[in-house]
Every structure is written in structure tokens, then in C-alpha cells.
Design a protein. Structure first.
Length: 516
């Protein structure tokens, strides 16, 4: 972030404004109560030592009221802060997901490990920035000036000492912060790389185990884990160093003021009441500054993730679907070409998929079969697409790996809003109970069951056009035959069925096979 409170955070996330206002009001009340407590304690102490005749009972009652009120204000401020912080995190996550839906899905897939880290662990690491650093920064703007003014009122010499030593703490904060930023950025890169590697290895674990080629990947994971450990420990060492430096400077600054007050009291150049009040209040000058430094380093892990999210939210949408056209029914592609990382795939593709027919897109991996589906959905960047593709009717899309959410099988069949109809479930031979648990990333069900859950979801949507990417993957021959009969029945019912597949059994039931 370019500034302690990034303007983009306030602009893009409305709950932050509520958080700042609540924190400011609470900090103003807290500061006033702390100063009142210091003054009351100073009056009581000085009066007791000097034998003054003051209403001790009323002063003690006032002190008790101040202490109780301070506790109540702190408790209420913490509760309100937690609510605002939670709303801010959820707003950031929701806006990020919405922005990602308008980015090139191919690019999002390539950077999936980074986004998975940013939207989960990264946003949780950003929480201390909102719950700790931001309140301490507000305290610095309110409590420190108020405490300084109070000290100047009681003793201007002590105020000069506090004012002169105060800049030492932020100076060291800046020096340590510049060093910490590089280490934190390196840790984010290592963490994202490790997450990407683990995701790839888990996806290919059955193949690696079948080929007995697990030794090299295991060694790579250990090496990446070691780099992650070293990067994390480097950030922790800097955090401990910064905390020690800030504590030392704050203690030294308070000590200088205390020594000055002690010497002046000994020589009779200062009133005891002023000395006690200043000694009690002077830590409140340095505490907010020290807390800003400490909390900043505690929250620095989340700043890189927040910066990534702000860049995402400020980036204009990549997709407007300018290449999409409407048609009376089915899908018509005319000279469709899509620029990708590996070249133009597909290139100058023209075809027509009509209602009541099964159209199959065939070709090797990387030939652009899935890209045609993405173009039909209108989610590709306009700059990468030439030609047109016309779509007539509503579309249901089954990706190569169906999306899942933690819950039950029924939750996943109904994930996109369609009811889990018994007809759709029976049509794909889904033999898993609807209340069977499904964990994160589809754990709890086999690859074949997951494929049938996605196919049942697509059928239950009952849309005009069905775009199916490898619908028979991971299915046994018996289940494949049942799925093929289901697809033929859908075409006979008037649906436009477009399939991307390597499965030659699908070619046999196709009305048209288009080779890319």
C-alpha cells in the first residue's frame, strides 16, 4: 500500500468507512477517559503526599466511574470493530470473485494457486490490518496529540522532551518496514508456488502412483516447503526485531521525561501534581506510535494480498461479449479464432450446432475445444477473439471438472439453482445418497461420482443448449453407455447438445463431428 490507509480501500469497500468512524468515536472517548483517569490519580496522589484537604470520597467515586466507563467503551468498541472487520473481509472476497468472473478464465486457471491463497489465507492475514493496525493508526491521530496537549498544559518543559523524542519511533518504523516489504513479497511468491505445485500433484497423484514416479515430486515438495519455512522465519525475525526496537525507543523516551521530572522535583522546580500527572499520561504519547509499528508488522502478511485484490478490482472487465450474436436457435460460429498462450486455438472455425442434434468437437489437447465453449459463454476477452459466435437460447455448461461446494450431494446438484430432480439423477445413474457429504474440492466422492453429479446438475437445469466438456470422463463402460443414451434422449427432446470429447463412443452417437 502506498499510504497507511490506502484510499482504494475506503473507495472500494464501504464497510471500512463505518469501521473508521466507529474507531474514531471510540478512541476519542477512550482518550478522554484515560486523560481524566491520569488527572484524577495525580490529584489524589499529590494531595495525599502534601496533605491537602480535598474531597477524597468524591474523587475516588469519579475515578471508579471513569475506570468502569473506560472498560465499557473498550468492550463496545471491540464488538463493533469485529462486526465491521468481518463485513469488510466478506465484501473484499465477494467483489474479488465477481471481478474474477469478468477476467479471462484461462488466465484465472493458470493463476489459481495465487488466487486460492489470496482469497483464503491472504484475506485472513489482512484481518489484523483492519482489527489492529487501523485502530492503532486512529489512536495515533487522536490520543497522541491529546496527550501531548495535556502534558504541555501541566508542564511545557516535559512537553518539549516528549515532542523531540517522538519522531525517533516512526523513523525506525520506516527503516524496518522497507526491509520487511521485500521479505513479505518473497513469502507470498513462495506460498503461491507451493500451493500451485501441491494442487497439480494432488490432481495427478493417481497417475504418479500408477507409474511409480512419486519420489521426484516428493523431493520437490520438500524443497519448496523448506523455502516457504525460510521465508516465513525471515519475516518473523524482522517482526521481533521491529518490536524490540520500538519497545526500546518508547521506554527510553519515557525514561528521559521521567528523569527530567525527577531532577526538577528534587530541586523544587516543579509542582508534585504536575509531575505525577505528566508521568501518568506521558506513556500515552508513545504507546499509539509503538502500537502502530507493532501492528503494522503483524498485519504486513496481508498487505500484499490486499494490494493484489485492489489491482484486480481497479482493472476494467476484460470481457463484454462483443463477439457474441443472437440467433433463433442453436449455435453458429463464423470464422471464429481465439488467441491464447499457445497460439490461435481454434483458428477460423465455422460450424453450426442445431437443436435436436448432437454436435461433437474433436481434436487433440490444446486444439481449442474448451475455448469454443468459453467463447459461447461470452467470458473470453474481446481482444483475443475474432469472428463471431451466435447463441440462440439459454445455456447450461458442464466443465471438464465440475464445480463443487462443501455440503451434501443434493447441495451440489442444486448448486446453480436447479432442483435435484429424480429424473436427472436417474438419467446419469447417480447411486450416491443425496445426503452423502461432499468435502472441499470434491473430497468424499469418487471422480466418476463427481462427474455424474455435474452431469445431473446440467440436465436438471433444463436449458435449451447443453455444452458438455468430456462428460464421460472417469465413467465405467456401463455408466458411459447409460450417459450416451441420456444425451441422445436430450437431443431427441429438442435440446442442442454440443460435446467436446476424445471418447470415440461419443462419436458413434453424434450427428456431426467437427475436427479442430
Amino acid at each position: 500500500m502506498a499510504s497507511p490507509i490506502d484510499p482504494r480501500l475506503i473507495k472500494l469497500v464501504p464497510p471500512v468507512r463505518t469501521l473508521i468512524v466507529r474507531t474514531g468515536v471510540a478512541q476519542g472517548l477512550t482518550t478522554a477517559l484515560l486523560i481524566a483517569r491520569g488527572v484524577l490519580i495525580g490529584i489524589l496522589g499529590a494531595s495525599a503526599v502534601e496533605g491537602r484537604d480535598v474531597p477524597y470520597a468524591w474523587l475516588l467515586v469519579a475515578l471508579a466511574v471513569v475506570v468502569v466507563t473506560h472498560g465499557a467503551v473498550s468492550w463496545a468498541a471491540q464488538r463493533l470493530s469485529d462486526d465491521s472487520v468481518g463485513a469488510t473481509i466478506e465484501t473484499l472476497r465477494e467483489k474479488s470473485l465477481r471481478a474474477l468472473s469478468q477476467r479471462d478464465p484461462r488466465q484465472v486457471q493458470e493463476q489459481s494457486a495465487t488466487w486460492r491463497h489470496v482469497l483464503t489465507k491472504g484475506l485472513e492475514d489482512f484481518r489484523p490490518y483492519l482489527s489492529e493496525f487501523l485502530p492503532s493508526l486512529v489512536a495515533l491521530c487522536i490520543a497522541t496529540p491529546a496527550a501531548l496537549i495535556t502534558i504541555f498544559v501541566f508542564d511545557w518543559i516535559s512537553g518539549i522532551f516528549a515532542l523531540v523524542t517522538l519522531p525517533l519511533i516512526p523513523a525506525f518504523m520506516i527503516l524496518i518496514g522497507k526491509l520487511t516489504a521485500a521479505h513479505t513479497e518473497r513469502r507470498l511468491r513462495v506460498t503461491s508456488g507451493l500451493g500451485n505445485q501441491l494442487a497439480d500433484l494432488l490432481a495427478g497423484a493417481p497417475t504418479l502412483r500408477a507409474l511409480r514416479a512419486t519420489e521426484q515430486p516428493a523431493r520437490q515438495v520438500r524443497e519448496t516447503g523448506t523455502r516457504h519455512q525460510k521465508a516465513t522465519m525471515g519475516v518473523l525475525r524482522l517482526a521481533f526485531l521491529s518490536s524490540f526496537a520500538l519497545e526500546f525507543l518508547a521506554t527510553l523516551s519515557v525514561a528521559l521525561v521521567a528523569v527530567n521530572i525527577g531532577l526538577r522535583l528534587v530541586y523544587g522546580d516543579m509542582d508534585l501534581l504536575a509531575g505525577l500527572v505528566v508521568l501518568i499520561i506521558v506513556p500515552e504519547v508513545f504507546n499509539p506510535v509503538r502500537q502502530v509499528g507493532t501492528n503494522f508488522h503483524a498485519a504486513v502478511d496481508g498487505l500484499e494480498s490486499a494490494e493484489t485484490i485492489f489491482e484486480l478490482l481497479e482493472d476494467p472487465p476484460h470481457t463484454t461479449g462483443a463477439y457474441l450474436r443472437s440467433s433463433s436457435a442453436g449455435i453458429q460460429a463464423v470464422s471464429l479464432s481465439v488467441q491464447g498462450r499457445d497460439g490461435v486455438r481454434p483458428h477460423n472455425l465455422t460450424f453450426t450446432a442445431q437443436p435436436g442434434r448432437i454436435t461433437v468437437l474433436a481434436g487433440p489437447n490444446g486444439s481449442g475445444k474448451s475455448t469454443v465453449f468459453l467463447a459461447a459463454l461470452g467470458v473470453l476477452p474481446d481482444k483475443d477473439v475474432t469472428g463471431t459466435i451466435a447463441v440462440g437460447g439459454s445455456v447450461a455448461y458442464l466443465p471438464a471438472r465440475p464445480a463443487t461446494t462443501p455440503g451434501t450431494v443434493q447441495d451440489n446438484v442444486e448448486l446453480l439453482g436447479a432442483a435435484a430432480s429424480p429424473r436427472a439423477i436417474a438419467a446419469v445413474g447417480l447411486d450416491v445418497p443425496l445426503d452423502h457429504a461432499v468435502g472441499p474440492a470434491g473430497t468424499g466422492v469418487s471422480a466418476g461420482q463427481l462427474q455424474r453429479i455435474g452431469l445431473a446438475r446440467t440436465i436438471a437445469a433444463n436449458e435449451d443448449i447443453l455444452l458438455l466438456d468430456e462428460p464421460t470422463a472417469h465413467l465405467s463402460p456401463e455408466l458411459t453407455e447409460q450417459s450416451l443414451r441420456t444425451l441422445s434422449a436430450l437431443a431427441d427432446a429438442g435440446h442442442t447438445v454440443v460435446i467436446a470429447s476424445h471418447d470415440r463412443r461419443i462419436y458413434d452417437i453424434a450427428d456431426e463431428v467437427i475436427h479442430l
